[in-house]
Design a protein around this ligand. Structure first.
Ligand SMILES: NC(=O)c1ccc[n+]([C@@H]2O[C@H](COP(=O)([O-])OP(=O)(O)OC[C@H]3O[C@@H](n4cnc5c(N)ncnc54)[C@H](OP(=O)(O)O)[C@@H]3O)[C@@H](O)[C@H]2O)c1
Length: 233
């Protein structure tokens, strides 16, 4: 306990750990956090020139579906305290009703729902009273908002992630840890084929950081759009 306090005293900066940080929204989180002076630990399967250029602590070689890789990282992290854990990494595959490939559904469930939950469980001893867990979900995981069908694997996995987040918000409350489920909006990244209809990552992350900054135990366990709107489950 005393060691943990001492480690925290070494740095008064807020420590953010972000998964899937080599590109897209994860990379933009790192960029904006670094710019505003926060301490960033960026995890990824493999780094990118853009991430390396930021000058943050980069932890490559972390596949979130590999228990060994997550445990190795946990050992390396040791007693470092994390103030904000952002579970951002995910995949989206196209599953229409006519094309329900079981392996694809399973893969999305593994990466998008199970991996963030397992990673949070593994890292929980690095969190402290006042820490925040941010689950990057999607409006496509909202049952009430689903008016177009399809995308079975992605929708189902994000709905499961929302449920995991709600339970986490209840289970972690006694430890003083708050949890948010955040939808970034439609964002122009590789996941969306760099759609021209999306906002750029910079605009999205600007809103997401406002949600994260204002998150408290009182508001823990809700599902927000980056723009501040509360979304239906
Ligand atoms: N873009 C949107 O419009 C949108 C909308 C709603 C929700 N979201 C959510 O926002 C988050 C970020 O999305 P994005 O648009 O930035 O996606 P992206 O550009 O496709 O980036 C996805 C990130 O996840 C990483 N990743 C995938 N599988 C992984 C695994 N097994 N282990 C570790 N990392 C893995 C990727 O790493 P590699 O480079 O190694 O593949 C990449 O860094 C996701 O949770 C997504 O579901 C996005």
């Amino acid at each position: 306990m005393r060691l943990k306090k001492t480690l925290k005293l070494f740095s008064d900066l807020t420590v953010y750990l972000i998964t899937g940080a080599n590109r897209g929204i994860g990379l933009e989180y790192c960029r904006q956090l670094k710019t505003r002076g926060d301490d960033v630990i960026a995890t990824c399967r493999s780094s990118s020139l853009d991430l390396d250029d930021l000058g943050v602590r980069v932890e490559p070689g972390i596949d979130l579906t590999s228990e060994a890789s997550v445990l190795n990282f946990k050992e390396k992290l040791n007693e470092v305290q994390i103030d904000v854990l952002i579970l951002n990494a995910a995949i989206a595959e196209n599953n229409s009703f006519e094309c329900l490939e079981k392996e694809s559904l399973r893969r999305q469930f593994e990466v998008n729902a199970l991996a963030p939950l397992n990673f949070t469980k593994t890292m929980v001893s690095n969190l402290r009273e006042g820490s925040k867990v941010i689950l990057m979900t999607s409006r496509m995981g909202s049952i009430e908002d689903n008016s177009s069908g399809g995308s079975y694997g992605y929708r189902m996995s994000k709905a499961a992630l929302c449920m995991a987040g709600k339970s986490l918000s209840i289970d972690l409350k006694p430890r003083g840890i708050s949890v948010a489920l955040l939808h970034p909006g439609l964002v122009s990244t590789r996941m969306t084929g760099f759609t021209q209809y999306g906002v750029n990552p910079s605009e999205s992350v600007n809103g997401l950081l406002k949600r994260i900054d204002s998150l408290s135990l009182d508001t823990s366990g809700s599902f927000w759009h980056a723009n501040g709107e509360i979304l239906p489950w």
